[in-house]
Design a protein around this ligand. Structure first.
Ligand code: FCB
Length: 450
């Protein structure tokens, strides 16, 4: 079959993403306070091989080289997150100017390279001092988060036009507070639901803050991890399990932000575990946003499973599918399915794919090259489905590869490599994988041959 060229809109933003704890390192430098991930990663048994983010990619020191690399790839946008404890070490109160200086320099360096900064305020590294006060379970955090947003916006808001309040509140709520596999390692479903409400409420408050401080070009949004849900069979109980899974993963977050209400089926299903809500909360949560960020990696296939305590479902791994090093099924049309669904049910003003990418077992070969053909084909397939969505009129304005470079993959430590750039951790050397060269061409051509 002859290849077709899939061209993207002229103003399409091709980018790559990272987050503070996963790349910065310098955990005790420049006045940074402790985060929940510092504490969690040092607990024996929590992270694969006992890895921590103490040094990570040492991006705090190497950011100039990293931005130079972004420029070499030709990135038009870069999504990074601010470390709350680097900026406000105790989470509230005293501001650490040295921490703000770092992000100030980073933003300037990006702009010099003609790269649009997309700033995420919360990508999971909560100041430990706030965790000691109850963390996201304590409603006071909503005000602290709004204050933190204001501090950051006052410093870099003159140059930053794209803000993401939260990254993946589902992960923070459930992996952090119900399953306990992420910091702070709590295992209590009702706490997880209360946390989800406070995350969303703090999002709404931050929207107002960012709109007030920023200039007229300001775009404010939130990023959700979304997946299409499929029942393992056509049995009624499996279909219901898929609806519950969809309610928990997708609708529990999308409905409040876009419709101002939690989904009623899930509200009744969760019974006594539902969060406490105060009058006015839902209108704060549903303040108008400029865009939705979508992180997409795979789909969920589920079956009814009464042994599973709350959602009463378990996951199925379809046969004859390709799996990544994370053991996630490669399911490229899912990115299209998610986009279509979001457009139909919620019509956001704009959508950015704020993360999409893959971990495979990358190896440096004898010529010091990383031939990651599988990553190239993963990205190509997914990008082709993003193109299909755009052709059908869905307002996707940009696409960010996760990740710019290999980094600390949370509970998996450094064992999983998601980068376009290979990081040799002992030397901190950065080596472009073949996929980085490939992505450079995609950006140059503003599209892919498919
Ligand atoms: C997402 C996270 C990101 C990274 C990728 C693989 O859930 O936002 O930090 O870990 O998964």
């Amino acid at each position: 079959m002859p290849e077709k060229f899939l061209k993207f809109p002229d103003d399409f933003l091709w980018g790559a993403a990272t987050s503070s704890y996963q790349i910065e390192g310098a955990c005790n430098e420049g006045g940074r306070g402790e985060s929940i991930w510092d504490i969690f990663s040092h607990i024996p048994g929590r992270i694969c091989k006992g890895d921590t983010g103490d040094i990570a990619c040492d991006h705090y020191h190497l950011y100039e080289e990293d931005v130079d690399n972004m420029k070499k790839i030709g990135l038009k946008a870069y999504r990074f997150s601010i470390s709350w404890p680097r900026v406000i070490p105790e989470g509230k109160g005293k501001v650490n100017e040295a921490g703000l200086d770092f992000y100030d320099r980073l933003v300037d360096k990006l702009l010099e390279a003609d790269i649009e900064p997309f700033v995420t305020l919360y990508h999971w590294d909560l100041p430990q001092a706030l965790q000691d006060k109850g963390g996201w379970k304590n409603r006071d955090i909503v005000g602290y988060f709004a204050d933190y947003a204001a501090v950051v916006a006052h410093r870099i808001g003159d140059r930053v036009h794209y803000w993401i309040t939260h990254n993946e509140p589902w992960v923070v709520s459930f992996l952090g507070h119900a399953f306990g596999t992420h910091a702070p390692g709590i295992m209590d479903f009702s706490i997880a639901l209360q946390v989800s409400h406070h995350l969303l409420l703090s999002h709404g408050e931050a929207v107002q803050v960012l709109k007030a401080i920023g200039n007229e070009k300001n775009n404010v949004g939130i990023t959700f991890n979304l997946s299409p849900l499929f029942p393992a069979s056509q049995k009624e109980e499996d279909i219901k399990a898929a609806e519950r899974g969809d309610g928990s993963l997708n609708r529990w977050f999308l409905d409040p932000v876009f419709k101002g209400a939690y989904p009623s089926d899930m509200w009744s299903y969760y019974q006594d575990d539902v969060p406490q809500i105060s009058p006015g909360d839902m209108s704060i949560i549903s303040r108008k946003i400029d865009f939705l960020g979508v992180n997409y990696y795979s789909r969920w296939v589920v079956k009814d499973d009464p042994r599973n305590r709350i959602l009463k479902l378990s996951f199925l791994k379809p046969d004859q599918a390709e799996y990544t090093d994370m053991d996630w099924e490669v399911y490229p049309q899912g990115i299209y399915e998610v986009l279509k669904r979001v457009q139909n049910d919620y019509s956001p003003r704009a959508i950015y794919i704020t993360e999409n990418g893959v971990a495979f077992l990358d190896k440096l070969d004898k010529e010091a090259k990383v031939k990651d053909d599988q990553r190239i084909s993963y990205l190509k397939e997914h990008i082709s489905f993003v193109h299909k969505a755009i052709e059908e009129g869905i307002k996707v304005k940009g696409y960010f590869v996760w990740s710019l470079m290999d980094n600390f993959e949370w509970a998996y430590g450094y064992s999983k490599r998601f980068g376009l750039i290979y990081v040799d951790y002992p030397t901190q050397k950065r080596i472009f994988k073949e996929s980085a060269y490939w992505y450079k061409k995609v950006i140059e051509n503003n599209g892919i041959s498919y």
